[in-house]
Design a protein around this ligand. Structure first.
Ligand code: GLC
Ligand code: CA
Length: 547
């Protein structure tokens, strides 16, 4: 895909976006109702997480029918109307393709269970005794990645929930069937695709125990993944659509290949290394303070590495699997507005395509749930049990969930300060966290100093300043551990972006000729710059442009 670098993508988790028929669950018609809001924000594409027929064990990431819409979210007519009305506003719709696994309620899996060999070969079934799983691989949602089916005398592989069975991409029938899914949605006018955990699709020919870990290194960026992606893209003719792959525990080298235009695989990749800097020893379920110098280093290495080889990053802090960034790397109390704006700036002006996750543009915070009954997510519920079994107290386990749960991102969008936040008139499927102050869309649209308006400005800048969309990048203030600063440049233009990731004031020497630069954007109104020094306020962000 060419000419896409000035675009910004907005992610919608439909279940929590807007409920049009008052059943407490967001739906497609709800998205249609809010298209004007999205147009005002200025985004170009909407990626909607899965709304296909599904038992909803993993909120739609367990698909039972790729060609139909779950009635929970509406009908095919609603989707057609959404595509059409979005198109009238120059917004393209991107769908979420979950191709690593299907729900065990998918027809293919049901036929496999019925003993049809042809369909067993759509999945990864292994003969074996019921006492020992074929390998020691672990599910990402906890426990063994294998489930035994007594009447078949076989195990099947599930890297996620036991109801999400991994597909066998080494079977050409599977690859061809999935191409039909893409072709079907493409013919409806879909403008792009997000591919769920797509770098896990290629399992090794021989499945073995992982003596060094949980199995992950054996199937991540697996042996044929590049070949399979190239084939998928070529046979469906989607090289000119917007495509992004979700890459789990990947490497820079692989992401270069996935996203480099010559390779004709994907437009860009998500990777998550920068979102593990608050995991203790790499363990998601052990909380520690974010390590900002490491965060900086990871972002820098990926920016420089992708630039060098002409790869392209998706740049983002939030999605439906991550805690809210303002609660995580900012201060959602004392410096709520300042830190939300600083975090937005630090990402949006990088080299790459920015993603905004619903509510991020309002500075939505973590849920702060304090009882297990408030949680809905299968991963959170599984890990709560695991943590209790490991000997953690309820309080400790709840504290960890409060920081880590995917439900932090899944609380309803705060449209107004009405009852149920203008999301629905009925009690929503998941609790609405505190709505105090102006943490809602209605209030922020009215206030030109709001986080919402700040995001609008950032989006607009990318569309009007070629240096942001197309320019090169290098980094500044490397010796300042809490300052993330960079320069974007073309032959003609230059901007400098300085972000204070700390609670403290920081004094900087002007590493550039301050007089030749003017301030383009900031999150404070007073600026303290004199005699070649810049005094950064807590969480301050400064964007300068060369005159
Ligand atoms: C991806 C999705 C996540 C889902 C998982 C399994 O990581 O983002 O929500 O649970 O894949 O499909
Ligand atoms: Ca609804």
């Amino acid at each position: 895909m060419s000419d896409f670098k000035d675009k910004v993508i907005y992610q919608i988790y439909p279940r929590s976006f807007k409920d049009s028929n008052q059943d407490g669950i967001g739906d497609l018609k709800g998205i249609i109702q809010q298209l004007d809001y999205l147009q005002e924000l200025g985004i170009d594409y909407i990626w909607i997480t899965p709304f296909f027929v599904s038992p909803q064990r993993d909120n739609g990431y367990d698909i039972a029918d790729y060609f139909n819409i779950d009635p929970l979210f509406g009908s095919m007519k609603d989707l057609e109307q959404l595509i059409d009305e979005a198109d009238q506003r120059n917004i393209g719709i991107m769908l979420d393709m979950v191709f690593n696994h299907t729900s065990t309620k998918h027809d293919w899996f049901k036929r496999a269970l019925n003993g049809e060999k042809e369909y067993q070969d759509y999945y990864i079934f292994k003969e074996g005794s019921k006492d020992t799983p074929p390998t020691n691989w672990e599910s990402k949602f906890g426990g063994s990645a294998w489930e035994y089916v007594p009447h078949l005398g076989k195990w099947y592989l599930h890297l996620f929930d036991v109801t999400q069975a991994d597909l066998n991409w080494n079977n050409k029938c599977v690859r061809d069937a999935l191409k039909q899914v893409i072709l079907f949605w493409k013919s409806k006018g879909i403008k792009g695709f997000r591919f769920d955990v797509i770098n896990l699709i290629s399992k090794p020919e021989v499945l073995e125990d992982d003596m060094l870990g949980d199995g992950r290194r054996l199937y991540t960026d697996g042996p044929n993944v590049h070949e399979y992606l190239k084939e998928l893209v070529k046979d469906t003719g989607i090289e000119d659509l917007m495509t992004v792959g979700e890459m789990s525990s990947t490497t820079l080298e692989n992401c270069i290949r996935y996203s480099k235009p010559e390779e004709k695989e994907l437009t860009m990749c998500f990777n998550f290394h920068h979102l593990k800097v608050d995991y203790l020893n790499g363990d998601k379920w052990e909380v520690t303070k974010p390590d900002i110098p490491t965060l900086k280093k990871i972002l820098m290495d990926w920016q420089m590495g992708m630039q060098k080889e002409n790869g392209w990053n998706a740049v983002f802090w939030c999605n439906h699997d991550q805690p809210r960034v303002v609660s995580r790397f900012g201060d959602d109390k004392r410096y709520w507005k300042e830190s939300a704006k600083m975090l937005a700036t630090s990402i949006h002006l990088l080299r790459g395509t920015p993603y905004i996750y619903q509510g991020e543009e309002l500075g939505m915070t973590n849920a702060y749930f304090d009882s297990i009954e408030q949680y809905r997510d299968v991963e959170s519920l599984n890990y709560y049990e695991i943590m209790i079994k490991q000997g953690k107290s309820k309080e400790e386990a709840l504290e960890i969930l409060a920081a880590r749960s995917r439900d932090n991102a899944r609380t309803p969008m705060l449209w107004s300060n009405e009852r149920y936040a203008g999301f629905s008139e009925k009690e929503p499927w998941i609790l609405i966290p505190s709505m105090e102050g102006d943490k809602n869309a209605l209030a922020q649209k009215e206030d030109s100093n709001s986080i919402f308006h700040y995001y609008k400005k950032l989006i607009h800048l990318r569309k009007t300043k070629e240096v942001i969309a197309e320019g090169r990048i290098d980094f500044m203030y490397l010796s300042q551990p809490e300052v993330f600063a960079y320069r974007r440049y073309t032959d003609q233009d230059q901007i400098i972006v300085i972000n204070n990731f700390s609670h403290d004031k920081i004094q900087l020497d002007c590493e550039f000729d301050c007089k030749r630069y003017q301030l383009l954007l900031s999150n404070y109104t007073l600026h303290q710059q004199k005699e070649g020094k810049i005094l950064l306020q807590p969480y301050e962000t400064l964007v300068y442009e060369r005159r």
